[in-house]
Ligand binder design. Structure first.
Ligand code: HEM
Length: 231
């Protein structure tokens, strides 16, 4: 068993497979995270958003999924660094991965740098929200007819999005996510062998419309909306 898992980590094919699996899981996380965060637009002073973050941090099943998520983020980052280094070493021999259409796209050639921008974003993002939620001393609030005390994450998010540099960081990072997923989503399916010629056009379409346009645009809309509201 130990040799199987070591082999999976060591071989570059195994790495690509783990990279793809973890990446596709993170795509799923992104969809759920976006739907939850859309509560910010409810126009109810933050109640729906605070109730949502309470649920996400208290539900036992979600807590387990969250740990799987952290593990996949670490695996994806580590694997990505290893693959980027391997590709760089192999590049002089002309090994640079060429995509199905015959020419590598800009996104596919820059997955490492795009991933690094996303990692920097993620560190800052986790520090401002996740760390505050878990370990910070946050304001709390309650709602009529509900005895629970809620951490007022809404106020923290709105305050963060009132700063221009922070909004700029988010918007630029969403471009990095858009280009990363433009290649990453379809490449993930190819790496796990789900690249049947009948389904590939659909997978590529979803990758382009949903993951490289819709999702990054909706995420970017949040800081922009609250910044404009604060003016
Ligand atoms: C721009 C809009 C976004 C907002 C308002 C937002 C908000 C939040 C908040 C409030 C938390 C902490 C509370 C919680 O766990 O639910 C959080 C956690 C997190 N966010 Fe975001 N987020 C945004 C975008 C993103 C993006 C684009 C990514 C990924 C690239 C991301 C990745 C994460 C991760 C990995 C966590 C930790 C989740 C966990 O503990 O299970 N977020 N976010």
């Amino acid at each position: 068993m130990a040799t199987v898992s070591t082999g999976l980590f060591r071989s570059s094919l195994g790495r690509k497979y783990l990279m793809a699996l973890s990446g596709l899981f993170l795509c799923l996380f992104l969809v759920v995270h976006l739907i939850g965060n859309l509560q910010l637009f409810a126009g109810d002073g933050g109640q729906a958003f605070n109730v949502y973050t309470y649920f996400m941090t208290h539900n036992p099943l979600i807590k387990i999924v969250a740990y799987v998520n952290y593990a996949f983020i670490l695996l994806h980052v580590f694997d990505g660094l290893m693959l980027s280094m391997q590709n760089r070493k192999a590049r002089p021999q002309g090994y640079a991965k060429v995509n199905q259409s015959g020419s590598a796209t800009w996104s596919s050639r820059n997955m490492g740098i795009l991933g690094t921008i996303i990692l920097v974003f993620l560190v800052i993002h986790m520090k401002s929200f996740w760390f505050e939620m878990k370990f910070g001393s946050m304001p709390s609030t309650s709602y009529d007819g509900d005895p629970k005390e809620y951490k007022d994450m809404y106020t923290i998010v709105v305050a963060a999005f009132g700063q221009l540099w922070y909004v700029a960081l988010y918007v630029l990072s969403m471009f990095a996510i858009a280009f990363h997923l433009y290649h990453g989503f379809q490449s993930g399916f190819q790496s796990i062998g789900l690249n049947h010629h009948r389904y590939m056009p659909v997978i590529k379409g979803i990758g382009m419309v949903v993951f490289s346009i819709l999702i990054p645009a909706l995420f970017a809309a949040m800081p922009i909306f609250f910044y404009l509201k604060s003016l």
